[in-house]
Design a protein around this ligand. Structure first.
Ligand SMILES: [Zn+2]
Length: 144
């Protein structure tokens, strides 16, 4: 069984590496090493957006690649199936679904939330509820 997992991880790792390489090569071919947001709103913008999607995919693949590499390490040192975060056993259901899982569900959830994508918790409430409409000294107006 361990040998199968090893095989599975190694196949997954090379597939991910190939995929990552392909996206990076495409990026180079498109000549968009740096993303410039369109001076023209039109083609430039959609290309930039497309490129951003690509980067998001690339980031996801890179992250998964790291997990696979780490899972292989864990397989080698005997800690495979144990969460890297809290040292609890990762459920077999989870490992079946995600053989390169290196965190239990709880820790994976924590990892998956970088905090950057969090929407603001609500409308700004600097000084009391519902006074912003009458109050022109809202902090948001001072910017210009
Ligand atoms: Zn954990």
């Amino acid at each position: 069984m361990a040998a199968e997992t090893h095989e599975l991880l190694s196949v997954e790792r090379s597939e991910l590496a190939a995929h990552i390489e392909r996206i990076e090569a495409e990026g180079r071919a498109n000549g968009s090493a740096s993303i410039s947001f369109g001076k023209r709103i039109g083609d430039g913008t959609s290309i930039a957006v497309e490129r951003l999607n690509e980067l998001a995919i690339l980031e996801r693949l890179t992250k998964q690649h790291r997990s696979v590499v780490r899972a292989e390490e864990k397989l080698a040192d005997g800690s495979y199936g144990t969460c890297d975060g809290c040292l609890q056993t990762i459920s077999t259901e989870r490992l079946d679904a995600l053989p390169w899982a290196i965190h239990c569900l709880t820790c994976a959830d924590l990892e998956a939330v970088p905090g950057e994508d969090d929407p603001p918790p609500g409308s700004p409430r600097a000084d009391g509820p519902r006074s912003a409409t009458a109050d022109t000294s809202s902090p948001w107006d001072i910017i210009t």
